[in-house]
Design a protein around this ligand. Structure first.
Ligand code: A3P
Length: 288
């Protein structure tokens, strides 16, 4: 058995880590009853998921710090598809906030008939790839990424968690959700966090004052999250996530890809991504 098969479930063509996902958890997600006032932050892995697990409870609670100071990120805004959801779902207070890495086509049927709102967070795929490469080194429940060059091939071929980045983005950009969906980028959030939080707050009709927005932005900064053990996975045993090898909150910047790709790798990467997005009626918010 290869290391990929040993550590991952392969279902419907997508890979899920066995440590956090099971056939039962995926069935639970499929049968999950999405409520009209639920909020789903949707991300391709390494696009800013835990950042949303910090921002959403603060926005929804008018800036009250209690959730981020008392509940670990994976329980305050749980993953729809992970094993943990079934154990804590009854403790979630409405409006419930969840995160998911599912492409649009895997969302539960109840999502489609609900009015639940979606915040789709997009990130430059080159930075996603770099972030994921380090994540595979620190998370022992994930398979060995191989060399950076090998990992580029895996990423471009979709032999990584949740499949191809282009398929994920296309699925959500093509979804006809009207004003139920808001698109934001990781880069927007890095560049101007208070303005991004304002957009999220307006989208969720939270009506927060400028002072509250500024306070939330301070609490969700990279520096602050790095010191909150309930937000940075330092509570997880080193056996599973070795923050000494590479911290989960690693750099928190844009453009780290420039320190990793050589010119041949860039050409290969860009040509595949451009080809796969050809003919789409949306453009990428950054030049690749
Ligand atoms: P890097 O590895 O580039 O640092 P996810 O939560 O989807 O797995 O994404 C993890 C990435 O989001 C990591 O990127 C992490 O550092 C970054 N991140 C998390 N919180 C952040 C914050 N407050 N500010 C900037 N980046 C953040």
């Amino acid at each position: 058995m290869s290391s990929t098969e040993e550590k991952n479930l392969l279902l419907g063509g997508l890979l899920y880590p066995k440590e956090t996902h099971s056939v039962e958890s995926l069935k639970f997600a499929r049968e999950f009853k999405v409520k009209d006032d639920d909020i789903l932050a949707v991300t391709y892995p390494k696009s800013g998921t835990i950042w949303m697990q910090e921002i959403l409870p603060l926005v929804l609670n008018g800036g009250d710090l209690t959730p981020i100071n008392t509940i670990p990120n994976w329980d305050r805004v749980p993953w729809l598809e992970e094993k943990r959801l079934e154990q804590i779902v009854d403790q979630l207070k409405s409006p419930r906030a969840l995160v998911t890495h599912f492409p649009f086509n895997l969302m539960p049927p109840s999502f489609h008939t609900s009015k639940a709102k979606v915040i789709y967070v997009m990130r430059n795929p080159k930075d996603i790839l770099v972030s994921s490469y380090y994540f595979h080194q620190m998370a022992t429940f994930l398979d060995d990424p191989g060399t950076f060059d090998e990992f580029i091939d895996k990423f471009l071929e979709g032999r990584v968690l949740f499949g191809k980045w282009t398929d994920h983005v296309k699925s959500w950009r093509r979804a006809k959700l009207g004003d139920r969906i808001m698109f934001i980028t990781y880069e927007d959030m890095v560049q101007d966090l208070p303005a991004s939080i304002r957009r999220i707050s307006d989208f969720l009709c939270c009506n927060l004052s400028e002072e509250v927005i500024q306070n939330i932005a301070k609490c969700c900064s990279f520096k602050k999250m790095k010191t909150n053990p309930l937000s940075n996975f330092s509570l997880v045993s080193k056996e599973y996530m070795n923050n000494d090898k590479s911290p989960f909150l690693r750099k928190g910047t844009t453009g780290d890809w420039k320190n990793h790709f050589d010119s041949q790798q860039l050409t290969r990467f860009e040509s595949v991504i451009h080809k796969e997005l050809e003919g789409e009626d949306f453009s990428l918010p950054w030049s690749l």
